[in-house]
Design a protein around this ligand. Structure first.
Ligand SMILES: [Zn+2]
Length: 185
């Protein structure tokens, strides 16, 4: 299956060229059973945050950070709202988690995010010493946890991330693809 970034390239669009008109997300939030708190459970919470982004005319990426299974941060992309290129879901969630833990080191924490982190967010994950990063949709163009490059392969870094990709991939990919298809028209 063609990657999202390939699709974007093939269709010759960029985020900058998208319509500014807000649209309501046609997908519903899903509230998963609390009984089975696996990766898909937490990714579903990140997916729900991505729907909030969609409804605020932001590229629908959501993120959740857990500490020993407890959700300590939930955020979504807010680049348009803040006019700040660094307001990615992961960065905002890391800041929330740092405040909650009162420690910038998040070794005991796991980040769940609906798209593979970009260079900035992959770097921030290393700098925050996140124990684990779980992402949904791989990004061959901008992803730095294996898509375009793999920051975890840089042996000289003093922190190594445990990485899992492809969790809840179809749903998160469908959300992103729909957002961009609507914005094109
Ligand atoms: Zn990012």
């Amino acid at each position: 299956m063609a990657s999202l970034s390939q699709g974007l390239r093939n269709n010759r669009i960029s985020v900058e060229s998208l319509s500014k008109s807000p649209i309501l997300c046609p997908f519903e939030k899903v509230f998963p059973s609390q009984l089975n708190r696996d990766d898909a459970f937490y990714m579903r919470l990140a997916y729900n945050a991505a729907i909030d982004a969609y409804n605020q005319n932001e590229v629908p990426v959501g993120a959740v950070i857990t500490h020993h299974g407890e959700v300590i941060a939930t955020s979504h992309n807010q680049v348009e709202l803040t006019g700040d290129a660094t307001a990615h879901a992961e960065i905002l969630a890391i800041t929330q988690a740092t405040r909650k833990c009162q420690d910038w080191r998040l070794n005991e924490c796991t980040l769940f995010v609906t798209k593979e982190p970009c260079p900035m967010c992959s770097g921030a994950s290393v700098m925050a010493r996140l124990g684990r990063v779980v992402y949904s949709v791989a990004d061959k163009k901008m992803g730095f946890l294996g898509g375009a490059l793999d920051i975890s392969k840089v042996q000289s870094l003093n922190h190594q991330l445990e990485i899992t990709g492809g969790v809840l991939e179809e749903d998160c990919k469908e959300l992103l693809a729909h957002f961009f298809s609507i914005k094109r028209t």
